[in-house]
Design a protein around this ligand. Sequence first.
Ligand code: ADP
Ligand code: ADP
Length: 226
Amino acid sequence: MIRFEQVSKRYPGNANALEALSFALAPAEMAFVTGHSGAGKSTLLKLIGLLERPSHGAVTVAGRNLAQMRQRGIAQHRRMIGMVFQDHHLLLDRSVQANVELPLVVAGIPAEERAKRARAALEKVGLGGMEQRLPVRLSTGEQQRVGIARAIVARPAVLLADEPTGNLDPQLAVEIMGLFAEFQAIGTTVLVATHDLVLIKRIRKRVLVLDHGRLVDDVPATEVAA
Ligand code: ADP
Ligand code: ADP
């Protein structure tokens, strides 16, 4: 589903953020990306989401080389990908429902269908009935769930999350990771950047370890020690 071949990324004026990175994720696979702050985790996710471009090498998603995509292909690609951020990026003055519907507005889905799908997405993350609330009135964990509902409302094939539990207490963090595992179980390819090793050991999925932009370890789920 996702393939990196000798991918390097250099930001202007910096050392390489990623260096000759190669790995592949199968459809419906879930993996963590971990490593120290500045190791390249965010950059890796941004390359998949087309928020950044590689300096060298090829990133392929669903068999398509991202470098060769034109405008239409890029729009299609973005619809295939759901992204979750640490600080949820919600519009605080818009209802929970309006926030979750955003990707569907962009995709041109009619209002009635949007409302239906937003309700279904909110049900899935355990927030059924919260449609008309404002995000400012929700707890941090609930806000993060709204962000996840928004990321999955258009049923993306790929779900990317950048430190999604960074602001949550350990119990909430485990619940949120459990949600990601549920999306994997229904066929979504899931990649989660986190430096939380305790959490990684509890969830037991494949772990890609970055160190200064290099892939230094790739641990299969079966070998993640408790
Ligand atoms: P992580 O997510 O593991 O903390 P990042 O991918 O954010 O790592 O960063 C990798 C390296 O690239 C760091 O040295 C960081 O400072 C640098 N970097 C990230 N984004 C930019 C940018 N937009 N411009 C310049 N340097 C950047
Ligand atoms: P995150 O890792 O969640 O993206 P950061 O605080 O690392 O958050 O980065 C925030 C923004 O600043 C990102 O868009 C990132 O690309 C950019 N950035 C990170 N490091 C640098 C850097 N050394 N120089 C310029 N921009 C950077």
